[in-house]
Design a protein around this ligand. Structure first.
Ligand code: ZN
Ligand code: ZN
Length: 232
């Protein structure tokens, strides 16, 4: 849909701020100001704070299949509320706002990318929900970047594996077989992966591994939220 239609819808049905209820915007400037942005001096693999450029101690000995990951903000407050709306209310307006936040992160990095890939849901889950929230985020991002988007290049062949109590080695083995990538679509392409929340990083790790196994180029990843807790 063209942008002016959204402006018209906002004019007829003004949204209310998800943080404070104020009429006018989905996230008002005051609530935007309360968002805890992830700073730039963070570990490129997990976004843990680091005092100098480089990997955090937890990631020093691991090399995930993605090159760099950036989250927009810590999961909480109005960001949590917005992601919840995106996930369970099929709120396209919220998706557009969150996509504009992702663009701030992407444009601050100098990533060369060829293809935008939303993290897919399993077929069963997508049928239950009726849509994929990561795709809702990825579409306006791809449009703004003027890059193609694919929902066929990566598919989720099983629900995520439990990462609880797995050591690094078994965790690595465990990441294979969750996703499958289509070489005809991703081969040689530098990928921008998009998801709503980063929790353990297992999803990004599995998806990136599948893409690299299908001979994609480098994989970069962005999410709206970074959580230190298990969220579903
Ligand atoms: Zn507000
Ligand atoms: Zn790290």
């Amino acid at each position: 849909m063209p942008e002016w239609i959204w402006d018209a819808i906002d004019w007829v049905f003004p949204p209310h701020c998800l943080g404070c209820g104020l009429e006018g915007e989905i996230i008002c400037p005051e609530c935007y100001g309360t968002i805890k942005r992830v700073p730039t001096n963070v570990c490129p693999y997990c976004n843990a704070y680091v005092s100098k450029v480089g990997h955090c101690p937890n990631c020093a000995n691991r090399k995930p299949a993605y090159t760099q990951f950036r989250a927009f903000a810590y999961y909480g407050g109005v960001v949590r509320e917005a992601i919840h709306h995106l996930k369970y209310q099929n709120d396209v307006g919220v998706a557009r706002v969150l996509a504009s936040y992702l663009l701030k992160v992407i444009q601050a990095e100098n990533w060369e990318i060829d293809l935008v890939v939303p993290i897919p849901l399993s077929k069963r889950k997508q049928e239950q929900r009726g849509y994929n929230q990561a795709e809702r985020l990825a579409k306006p991002v791809a449009e703004a970047l003027k890059k193609p988007i694919t929902t066929e290049g990566l598919s989720r062949i099983r629900e995520k594996a439990s990462q609880v109590d797995l050591n690094v080695q078994s965790r690595r083995e465990n990441v294979r077989g969750v996703f499958e990538a289509e070489p005809a679509i991703v081969k040689g392409k530098r990928i921008l992966l998009i998801d709503d929340v980063f929790t353990t990083g297992a999803t990004l790790e599995s998806a990136s591994q599948a893409l690299r196994d299908a001979k994609s180029g480098l994989v970069y990843a962005v999410t709206v939220g970074k959580s230190d807790f298990n969220v579903s």
